[in-house]
Design a protein around this ligand. Structure first.
Ligand code: SAH
Ligand code: SF4
Ligand code: F3S
Length: 483
């Protein structure tokens, strides 16, 4: 990738920085001091938080001479940034490690393998025991310790495992020099909150990411400013419960307002929200802050009050619908998205019908759907009356069909409208460009690639299976509709 060559070009600066970093780390294995550049391959599973974290890991390792490469072949360091949310996600990690083990053997052990993310946090010691090819394990709050862990892994006696819960230390270290953020493109993720105190009975996140914690606003604003300086026009604020954000500036609405004042940062999104943390000022912000996009991911999980209670969600189907009504009163064109679990223990046909009814009533623009997956250590795993896999599969198919119909209807309603599209990339065909509508729909059109990074009015004329297409409306002003 281009980043590697740019690192070669700026070699001396990088080397100086690398040297400083090595001194800071202290007693290092000799091998780590060996000449940069080195090749780093990161494979990311799971949610956007992991995507953000993977970028930050690359930032932390860049001063040590590591440049990103897009294949594990020939890499000096392979990082698997893992997800623990469902059984299949975890299984994938172990099967990937099996493949990497063979690849590592071909390099005579030169390739180092690191496991990061939520599986690392939950099963760190177990990973090291089950797969000796793994050199180091690093939990989500310990990425700033990566250089030190790599150094330890290079020593023969190295026990390189860190799974501390200390997000403050991580973000402090990431914000302070040596890990400057490098972005590619005009949109970026920005983590503002980590962890979860909600303890939904099915979910591992409170155990893998620890308690709710918010970054200081000053650090977020500085990072956002740096992103804007690099040409980023849209940020998506990330948190496991992003709307529980609370800091010296106030809540998420206050943060969004402050961010909207940064020159060039024209679009703000946030994900994922919990219904219980949807405060009045945040609801009002959807009608007040122009940069806040009319798209909201607000998971409800089920439409049955009995199941919601067993899930420990802290809301009912009706309270959720009332909340959605209040947000739409501020922003009538809101595109609503959600998450659903089918086949939670004890879910009857009637419970599932209640979910279908809620989906229709809430009129989603899109949603993510999952079969319940039993996670060891969570309360729901121990519940009796686990639902049969075949029943889960059938319910999932019915739910997906309904959501797909709603999605198509939402998208079809855009045909004939003019939407402001942030142009993000070249299209697949020559002369084509692509971007996103305010509602997060992919939009293709013919246009000059110099429009990348600009928000342009596009008249939508066609609905494809996964994207809208349209044509530039050069005369229309940027503020024609939702920014
Ligand atoms: N913090 C977010 C999402 C966390 S995980 C929230 O509260 O919405 C993303 C989604 O994965 C969840 O919303 C849920 O729908 C799904 N999920 C979590 N645990 C699961 C499990 N054990 N089985 C199936 N789906 C699960
Ligand atoms: Fe998991 Fe619930 Fe927390 Fe979301 S709110 S991360 S689903 S425990
Ligand atoms: Fe997965 Fe961890 Fe995200 S379990 S969904 S990577 S918070």
């Amino acid at each position: 990738m281009t980043r590697i060559s740019s690192e070669v070009e700026t070699g001396s600066r990088e080397e100086m920085r690398a040297q400083k970093d090595l001194e800071r780390i202290g007693a290092l294995g000799e091998e780590v001091k060996a000449a940069p550049p080195r090749r780093l391959y990161i494979k990311t599973y799971g949610c956007q938080m992991n995507v953000y974290d993977s970028e930050r890991m690359a930032d932390v390792l860049r001063p040590l001479g590591y440049g990103l490469t897009d294949s594990p072949e020939g890499a000096d360091l392979v990082v698997l940034n893992t997800c623990h949310i469902r059984e299949r996600a975890t299984e994938k990690v172990f099967s990937e490690l099996g493949k990497l083990k063979a690849m590592k053997a071909e390099t005579g052990g030169r390739m180092k393998i690191a496991v990061a993310g939520c599986v690392a946090q939950a099963e760190g010691a177990e990973i090291m025991r089950r797969q000796p090819a793994v050199d180091l394990v690093v939990g989500p709050q310990a990425y700033h310790q990566l250089p030190e862990l790599i150094a330890r892994a290079h020593r023969a006696d190295g026990e390189a495992l860190s799974a501390d819960f200390a997000p403050e230390a991580k973000f402090d270290a990431l914000s302070a020099g040596g890990a400057e953020r490098q972005v590619n493109g005009v949109t970026a993720f920005l983590t503002v909150q980590e962890g979860c105190d909600k303890f939904c009975s099915f979910c591992v996140v409170p155990y893998t990411r620890g308690p709710e914690w918010s970054r200081p606003a000053a650090a977020i604003l500085a990072e956002a400013q740096a992103l804007a300086d690099q040409g980023v026009r849209e940020v998506t604020l990330l948190g496991q419960n992003v709307n529980a954000y609370a800091s010296e500036i106030g809540g998420l609405a206050d943060l969004a307002r402050a961010l909207s004042r940064i020159d060039g940062l024209d679009r703000i999104r946030y994900t994922t929200s919990h219904p219980s943390d949807m405060r009045d000022d945040l609801i009002a912000a959807h009608g007040e802050i122009e940069a806040l996009m009319p798209y909201l991911h607000l998971p409800v999980q089920s439409g049955s009050d009995r199941i919601l209670k067993a899930m420990n969600r802290g809301h009912t189907g009706d309270s959720y619908l009332a909340l959605v009504g209040r947000i739409r009163a501020q922003r009538p064109d809101l595109a609503l998205s959600g998450d659903f679990i089918v086949g939670f223990p004890g879910e009857s046909d009637a419970d599932f019908e209640a979910t279908l009814a809620l989906v229709e009533a809430a009129n989603y623009a899109s949603a993510f759907t999952f079969k319940y997956s039993r996670r060891p250590g969570t309360p729901a795993a121990a519940m009796s009356s686990q639902v049969d896999e075949a029943v889960k599969a059938e319910r999932l198919a019915r739910l997906n069909a309904l959501i797909e119909a709603l999605r198509q209807a939402f998208n079809a309603a855009q045909v004939g409208r003019t939407l402001n599209v942030l142009i993000e990339r070249k299209g697949r065909h020559a002369g084509q460009i692509g971007g996103r509508s305010p509602y997060l729909q992919a939009v293709h059109l013919d246009g000059d690639e110099r429009l990348i990074g600009r928000i342009v009015p596009v008249r939508i004329d066609k609905l494809g299976p996964n994207a809208l297409s349209g044509a530039l409306e050069p005369d229309r002003s940027k503020s024609f509709e939702a920014a």
